[in-house]
Design a protein around this ligand. Structure first.
Ligand code: ARG
Length: 407
């Protein structure tokens, strides 16, 4: 009996060819594992296809809840946004998929796992670093990186082996999607000067085609986790789905990003992430009201560190656990409601309230209700400016005069 291998199976051309190729090249029996992270596909057809192509077993796992609760929401609480643009949908799903590959391999007594990534992207790194961290002894095979076939050769291989070639192969775009967002690469998008054709967008309306009246939405948070929309309690998965629909119809959530891949390549990526856009914006607005200035300043650094770490495939590390502990602690008063206006492709925060708000009307107002003691300000300014004054007296700081900035 041949050894077994668990393959992360999407149902697309590469992973279908991989089922046959692994058997031919390594004589391993392939167990296909398809993971539902909210990409809304026909999973029973995908499962059947894996079996038709030659997998000895085909499993489909609904991982939407764990994806949202264990990966997406912690990243939202951290305000993780890669290079200030990308909400990390694909990057967050990969460690979860790696974990499910490992669990399945262990449960099925398989000696190896496989994924369909090429050798040029981030996903190979995320899969393999995660698998290595969780199960150091497990062998990893990356057929699409190894076989050295062009797209045409892969199609030929499929045809020779009776593997159905999906019609989507005709599409020039490479797409990955889950609940947290969709990414689109390749085709004309590889020219960063070319405006993305309208056809690449399927989650978001073009701003020009959205209604002329704004839409409003209220998102309620509990300790940094979104729990209600317009007062209605929803579980994480439904809440994100609802916002994807709502904001997408208003054209919110398109991103055009020239991005720095971990492997050193700059790539032009188009994203659609309406729900993520609205939630990140709302969450930050609530933090602005419930965290102190120094908490906010520090948390921004953590956010960037956390986003890089997720992007770079380091989810299963001690540093990630440390950052997660800090982020969780920072969220204990991030409870309240944020009101957003969605209009013609943009979303803006127009209201926020919280039982733990640090905003004080008495301190902020210029009206009669003012309780701020202005007579204390001169003393404050005297001490605050002490160091600047001392230096100016000795070193004659006089505007920019006398400073040579010419090189
Ligand atoms: N550039 C994004 C990332 O690295 C999206 C990658 C999409 N992956 C894919 N296999 N199409 O996370």
């Amino acid at each position: 009996m041949a050894d077994k291998i668990v393959l992360a199976y999407s149902g697309g051309l590469d992973t279908s060819v991989a089922i046959k190729w692994i058997k031919e090249k390594y004589n391993l029996d392939v167990i296909a594992l398809t993971i539902d992270v909210g990409n809304e596909r026909d999973f029973s057809a995908i499962r059947q296809k894996a079996l038709d192509v030659g997998a000895i077993k085909a499993l489909v796992v609904d991982a939407k809840d764990s994806f949202v609760n264990e990966y997406v929401f912690p990243a939202l609480q951290a305000d993780a946004l890669y290079e200030a643009e990308y909400p990390l949908a694909t990057a967050l799903a990969r460690p979860l998929m790696a974990k499910l590959l490992v669990d399945t391999a262990q449960g099925e007594g398989a000696s190896a796992v496989a994924h369909g990534c090429t050798g040029k992207g981030n996903d190979q790194v995320r899969f393999e670093v995660s698998v290595n961290a969780l199960a150091p002894g497990l062998k990893i095979i990356a057929p699409a990186r190894e076989w050295g076939m062009t797209r045409e050769q892969t199609i030929n291989y499929a045809q020779r082996h009776g593997i159905p070639v999906p019609v989507t192969v005709a599409s020039p775009y490479s797409i990955d999607e889950n609940l947290w967002g969709k990414s689109i690469e390749c085709g004309v998008l590889e020219d960063p000067w070319v405006e993305p054709p309208e056809e690449v967008f399927t989650w978001t309306k073009s701003a020009g085609e959205t209604p002329d009246k704004p839409d409003y939405v209220e998102v309620g948070f509990e300790k940094g986790i979104p729990v209600t929309i317009d007062g209605q309690e929803l579980n994480g998965v439904s809440l994100i789905q609802r916002l994807n629909g709502l904001a997408g119809r208003r054209g919110v959530g398109r991103v055009d990003h020239v991005e720095n891949r971990l492997v050193g390549i700059k790539s032009r990526e188009i994203y659609e992430a309406p729900g993520a856009k609205v939630l990140l914006q709302a969450h930050q607005a609530l933090e602005a009201m419930t965290l102190s200035k120094s908490q906010l300043r520090f948390k921004q650094k953590v956010a960037q560190e956390y986003a890089d770490l997720i992007y770079n495939g380091l989810w299963f590390t001690a540093l990630r656990q440390d950052l997660a502990a800090y982020v969780k602690s920072s969220q204990r008063f991030v409870t309240g409601i944020v009101r957003l206006k969605l209009f013609k492709g943009s979303s803006s925060v127009v209201g926020r309230k919280s039982p733990f708000s640090l905003y004080s009307y008495g301190l902020a107002t210029y009206d009669k209700a003012d309780v701020f003691d202005q007579s204390a300000s001169p003393g404050f300014i005297h001490i605050w400016g002490l160091s600047a004054r001392t230096q100016a007296q000795v070193q004659k700081i006089d505007g920019d005069k006398g400073i040579d900035v010419s090189q």
